[in-house]
Structures are given as structure tokens and as C-alpha cells.
Unconditional design. Structure first.
Lengths: 243, 243
């Protein structure tokens, strides 16, 4: 097993939790699972064994493979899988313009899943969602999402011309607290450093998240968390308990 | 100049932006500024020079010091300062119970500053806000905040018995969308992995941020961003432009 390289047709999960998510949601793409000899006491191990049995997936115990793929971390399981294509479905979308940070994209995928935004369009150039670091940061949320790359925003728009666009921009025209939420929508967020360029002001209803000028901007994953929280309010306002 | 160690009475900023924040907001604690010979073309350099002149702070050009303190990053300026104590003021507070992640605490400080929450209580054991990595992640927001460590929550409560407490918990009693916001308040957030323990249910009005059970929980900085956004709405709802 080789270390992941961008563009490879095989990647892997690092850790018990994301490996379980892989086995639960995308068992058909799993090639094999490798576990560390120390995994026996881990509370997730019986579930890994059950899921592998159910889907006839081979488990190898091989410490050297794990140490090679995850030299620093205390990793107990690796799920090796074939990278996969998905299609965006109707319903609300997130569009990420040139996201570049591995940790951010993981947090974004996890947050998106939590708020029910299971369709994400990514405009290239962009971070690679199949990088093991991104998968780990997503805690395996990737395996429950549809994520599609586009070369430019116009190509996305061509596929989904009827989604109401809400570009999140420092120059946005409307305060998020006052925006009228319509469905289905596409919430559009820019790159970590540069945000969305002015071109996006022409699409739909641009939005800003108000804050004091003591900071230049909120960071991308915070803005996205707030945006999703606000735009999905209808689905959650009457929930009486979380757990 | 030595690499920062926990408990040292001197620390440093890494990078032009946080160094400017230090010089702007806490010039009295700055011992000296060290710049890299490559800084001349950086757009922030003239401001560093002006601020150092204004406050009679010495600037050294010394590449070896910078390379030592920041071996990996492309760092052009370092501001060496004496660690400082602050006091919490009245007004709204954030309380962080056992935050442990260096990057998170930086993002949290920056987000807090943006939403006008300039007073943060941290319950030990906890990450060290004077670690250069935390300062860098905060982009220097630390220098505009009051941050006070407490050994336990009761000690904080003793100092500020009249703040309305809102512990953010998966088991929280009230949906954030329906909570009545009162002032001054303390928004309380737990550790990255374990959240707040059940003991916090007894303090004030516990709150949950509703999401689907497809994820275990939102991550700490996302929860905090959403909490601050929601609880500070009164101050921002009528803002008509951001920039």
C-alpha cells in the first residue's frame, strides 16, 4: 500500500471512526481494511468486524502498513477504498469556490452533513477531498455526501440554473439577519484568503455576515457554519431535544 | 532568543499581521521586533516601522533569529513581548471549559473579537494562549481581548455571579432558535472532544444547536461561531453594509 498521491484511484481512511463511516455508507467501494494489533480493546472494533463480515470485506492485521500510512498519529484502522464519483441531487447546495485548506474542507463537509446540506459543488482549482487528511478532518462525513468538482461556476450554473444563489461576500448587499430564504438554494463561499471575487455580486442575492471591523473577516468554516445554521433554520426551529 | 516554552514570561508573534496587531494594541509590552531581510517589499512593513518609531521600539534585522523561531513558515517579522495579565470587564463573556487545541483557540479568539465578545474566561487545564501557534491562529486577536484563566467554574462564578449563564450542550434544554437572550450573559462551551459535563445543566439556561444525527456533534469553533452570531444578533441586525 502506497501513500496517497493526488489523482490516485485508491485512497484510505485513517482511524476507527472514519473507517466505520466508510463501511456503513460506501461498503461497495472498500477494497480491504487493515487494523493495528492494538485495536482489540477499541470500542469501535466489533462494529468494524461486523460490517466487514456483512459485506465480505477482508481484514488484515498489519502494523507496518498502518505505521507507514500514518507515521505520527495513533491510528488503529485503515480502510482502503476506490475513489468514487457522485452526482449532485436537487435540494439545497453548497458551492465552494477554490477551497484550498485540507482541515477546512473536512470541517466543512462534517458541518454540511449535520445541517442536511448533502450536495457540495467545488470550483477548481481546489483541495482534493480524497486526501486522507481531508477525510480524517471530515470524520468520514465525505462518505455521506455528494461532492462534484466543476471547472468554473458557469458550468455549475448550467447544470442547476434554478437554484437561488446566495454568494457570501464582505461586499454582500444584504445582512444575513434580514435575507429572505428561498428554496432550493445554493450557498456560495469563497477561498480562505481571498473570498469570492466581485463577479459573484451578479448572481442572485449576495449576503454578508455582520461583525465588527476589529477583524478583517470571519474564517471560512465559521462563515459556512453560520450560513448553514441560518438558512436551514426552518428545518430545526421546532426540534425540542438534540439527544 | 529561545523557542517559547509554556510558562515563560516572554513570547512572540510570528508574521507581519499579528506583529502589527501587537504593536497597535499592546505596544507597552513589546521588548523588540525582529524582521527578516526579505520584509522590505511586504506591504505591512512601513506600518511596523511607523509603530516602532512611535513607541520607541527597537527593530533588528536578523534572519537567523526568525529562521530559528519559525523554521517552517515563511515568516518575515517577529514581535517579542512580555506576557501580560488582563482583567475581565463587565459586559458579555465567553467561558471555555478545558479548551485544548491550539488552532481552535486562535479561531475562537478571532471570532470572539469580531462579534464583540472581548472577555474570555478559560477553565484550566487548558491550552496556553501565549503559545506562538495560538497567537498566530488568532491573527493577533489576543492583543485586543481580556483573557483570564480560572482553576474551576465556581471561581469564575464567584467573580461574576450575575451573568446569565448559557451552557452549550448536546443535552441542552432549549433549542437556540427559541432561547430568550438576556444581558449580560456568559456563553459557556466545553472541550473539543468531551463537551461540557452534566454538572453544567444546573447553571442558567442550557442550550443546544439543533442538527441532524448524521454527525455526533458540531465542532467547537463552529458551535461557538453560531452561538456568538445568534446571541449578538441585537447588535448587528440593523447593519446595512459590512465594508
Amino acid at each position: 500500500m502506497k501513500l496517497y498521491k493526488k489523482g490516485a484511484d485508491t485512497s484510505y481512511t485513517l482511524g476507527v471512526f472514519p473507517t466505520i463511516e466508510l463501511l456503513k455508507h460506501r461498503p461497495e467501494i472498500v477494497k480491504r481494511v487493515v487494523v493495528h494489533s492494538k485495536i482489540k480493546d477499541n470500542s469501535g472494533y466489533p462494529l468494524i468486524v461486523d460490517l466487514c463480515n456483512e459485506h465480505h470485506i477482508h481484514i488484515d492485521e498489519h502494523d507496518a502498513t498502518i505505521d507507514k500510512l500514518s507515521p505520527k498519529a495513533n491510528c488503529l484502522a485503515v480502510g482502503i477504498f476506490k475513489v468514487f464519483d457522485t452526482q449532485l441531487e436537487e435540494g439545497n447546495h453548497i458551492v465552494l469556490d477554490h477551497p484550498m485548506d485540507m482541515g477546512n474542507i473536512g470541517t466543512i463537509m462534517r458541518t454540511a452533513l449535520g445541517f442536511g446540506y448533502t450536495n457540495i459543488a467545488i470550483i477548481r482549482p481546489a483541495v482534493n477531498i480524497f486526501d486522507p487528511k481531508a477525510i480524517r478532518a471530515s470524520m468520514g462525513a465525505l462518505f455521506s455526501l455528494n461532492v462534484v468538482y466543476y471547472d468554473d461556476f458557469e458550468s455549475y450554473r448550467h447544470d442547476f440554473p434554478d437554484h437561488h444563489c446566495y454568494p457570501f461576500m464582505l461586499k454582500g448587499a444584504t445582512n444575513i439577519h434580514k435575507v429572505e430564504v428561498t428554496y432550493p438554494h445554493a450557498l456560495i463561499f469563497g477561498n480562505e484568503s481571498s473570498g469570492l471575487d466581485d463577479r459573484y455580486l451578479q448572481y442572485g442575492q449576495s449576503v454578508f455576515i455582520p461583525h465588527y471591523e476589529t477583524i478583517d473577516s470571519l474564517n471560512l468554516s465559521i462563515s459556512l457554519g453560520i450560513g448553514l445554521f441560518h438558512f436551514s433554520k426552518r428545518d430545526f426551529i421546532n426540534k425540542e431535544v438534540l439527544k
